[in-house]
Design a protein around this ligand. Sequence first.
Ligand SMILES: CC(C)(COP(=O)(O)OP(=O)(O)OC[C@H]1O[C@@H](n2cnc3c(N)ncnc32)[C@H](O)[C@@H]1OP(=O)(O)O)[C@@H](O)C(=O)NCCC(=O)NCCS
Length: 162
Amino acid sequence: MAKKDRGLKAITIGVLSRLLQNIAYFAFPFQLVVFLHKLRGVKVGKGSHISRYVVIDDQVSAKVVIEEGVAVTQGVMILTHQRDLKNLRPGISIMLLDLKHLDVRIKRNAHIGIGAIIMPGVTIGEGSIIGAGAVVTKDIPDFSIAVGVPARVIKTYNEDLD
Ligand SMILES: CC(C)(COP(=O)(O)OP(=O)(O)OC[C@H]1O[C@@H](n2cnc3c(N)ncnc32)[C@H](O)[C@@H]1OP(=O)(O)O)[C@@H](O)C(=O)NCCC(=O)NCCS
């Protein structure tokens, strides 16, 4: 019985989270979008922007932390789940494999370019810029610019201005 209750609760939360995601997808201004994602459990720091057409994982959106001063621009996708492929064998449907859920953290003042995809488990460093259309599969260090598929760091910057 308790198990059934937990199931119902999980289903209700899942439905609400997906509804809010769909509204946030088309909503503006960015403050409303941030508010809707916060209702879904995403942690969003002060001064951060989340644009329209952004998708933040439906499975466990609470595993996403967006620190302060971050820009998540249009069309970005942030994922926190994927199939665990360690038991993958010929003839087995991938849909039957367990899911694994991994945290994503976008550190303060980072900028995620249009259409980028942030994969499960990734941390984007402080002040780092992810180029438009990048697929980020590994952590990106602080104060870096990373582009491409998979994303690679092409520049780093520091306090020396020239
Ligand atoms: C990543 C970015 C910040 C780099 O800007 P930059 O430092 O001025 O870089 P450059 O234009 O000098 O390009 C450096 C190299 O990276 C490549 N590059 C730049 N952006 C790229 C991208 N998004 N994907 C793949 N390669 C890219 C360039 O072709 C160039 O390659 P080369 O050295 O082989 O010629 C910028 O190109 C970008 O993608 N910005 C995001 C824009 C965006 O989403 N804006 C949202 C507004 S709301």
